[in-house]
Design a protein around this ligand. Structure first.
Ligand SMILES: Cc1cc2nc3c(=O)[nH]c(=O)nc-3n(C[C@H](O)[C@H](O)[C@H](O)COP(=O)(O)OP(=O)(O)OC[C@H]3O[C@@H](n4cnc5c(N)ncnc54)[C@H](O)[C@@H]3O)c2cc1C
Length: 303
């Protein structure tokens, strides 16, 4: 058996009751299926456990990385030293809190939240069905699709700071913009969000969800590991169209490739490394810039 690092020994002594995994492959926790081992991965079962983990990491002078469903992350090949806190399937639960509002915990997937609201006859989350991330990750980066965005429905968000204190931020305080919220500049963790929806017949909501899912299946390479759109939409035009016009569909670096089906997606053809993906993204961005003067910025978070 591998000997424990000093950090692994110290954190397990501080957190005997918490589920900790040592040298846990990040590739198991990212939709790209890429990433070396996390020195320690903590899986809190509730917000009390999360607060305990944060206190322990402060004592050990380490800043944890927060992982949702790992669907917008490129994790490093060498792995993650220190602590990764995984919230998917840990912070769970959803409830209707008024006739038109639901509260959803951060670890619930956007798709499950969309199904839950549809079943209640509440419209507004249809766009979120098919976004494979968690509500925490979705709020963090103001996820959106097909004209819908988290910022349109987000009434308030409960967050935890690194000392384990809980605060509530109103939707208008979240400084949402395109694929961005203030949390990207702050060390705060989404615990749950309240979404304001509108009443509609269940069948109408389900039909919209079905239509959007069909559009995804037809246009996106859902059979290959990816992190969704690799680049943010630039102010001028669409990333996928610019990449296609640059003749880069199918362009490869190692096993990382620009999808043949949707040029906005970078896909892992089997054994891609983070280094391959980074190089692919840079070469694509440089070529499009050379052709058009438009600089594409990665949407995927490069850890
Ligand atoms: C096939 C596919 C299709 C996709 N389609 C879309 C789409 O249509 N629209 C879209 O917007 N995105 C899309 N994505 C990208 C991705 O699903 C979203 O960005 C999603 O919101 C990421 O959530 P996550 O839980 O996976 O976050 P992760 O990838 O785990 O993390 C992303 C960032 O969020 C932070 N984070 C995660 N949880 C929390 C939390 N609780 N508190 C604070 N910070 C947190 C992380 O630290 C990290 O910086 C797609 C991805 C794939 C693979």
């Amino acid at each position: 058996m591998m000997e424990l690092t000093t950090f692994q020994q110290k954190i397990s002594a501080l957190l005997p009751q918490i589920e900790l995994r040592f040298n846990e492959p990040m590739a198991k926790h990212t939709s790209f299926r890429i990433g070396g081992p996390a020195e320690v991965m903590a899986l809190p079962k509730n917000k009390e456990e999360l607060a305990e983990i944060l206190k322990a990491s402060a004592l050990l002078d380490t800043k944890p990385a927060i992982l949702g469903a790992g669907t917008n992350i490129l994790a490093p090949d060498d792995g993650m030293p220190g602590l990764v806190i995984c919230l998917k399937d840990c912070l769970g639960g959803m409830e209707r809190i008024s006739s038109t509002e639901i509260q959803v915990a951060a670890g619930v997937t956007m798709t499950r939240a969309a199904v839950f609201s549809a079943n209640l006859g509440l419209s507004g989350m249809e766009f979120a069905h098919g976004i494979p991330g968690t509500v925490g990750g979705g709020v963090y980066m103001n996820a959106g699709a097909y004209g819908g965005e988290i910022c349109q429905i987000c009434k308030r968000v409960d967050v935890m700071d690194m000392d384990g204190n809980i605060q509530t931020l109103k939707g208008e305080e979240m400084e949402f913009s395109y694929r961005h919220s203030r949390l990207e500049e702050e060390d705060r963790i989404v615990l749950s969000a309240v979404f304001t929806l509108t009443e509609k017949p269940v069948e109408e909501i389900r039909a919209v969800i079905q239509d959007l899912m069909n559009r995804r299946k037809t246009s996106q390479p859902l059979d290959l590991p990816s992190a969704g759109s690799a680049f943010k939409r630039p102010a001028q035009g669409y990333a996928a169209a610019l990449i296609d016009q640059a003749g880069l569909k199918g362009f490869r670096v190692g096993d990382a490739a620009v999808s043949e089906k949707h040029a906005g997606f970078a896909v892992n053809l089997g054994a891609a490394t983070a280094k391959d993906v980074r190089s692919l993204l840079k070469q694509v961005s440089d070529k499009v810039y050379g052709d058009t003067g438009i600089r594409l910025e990665p949407e995927v978070r490069i850890w």
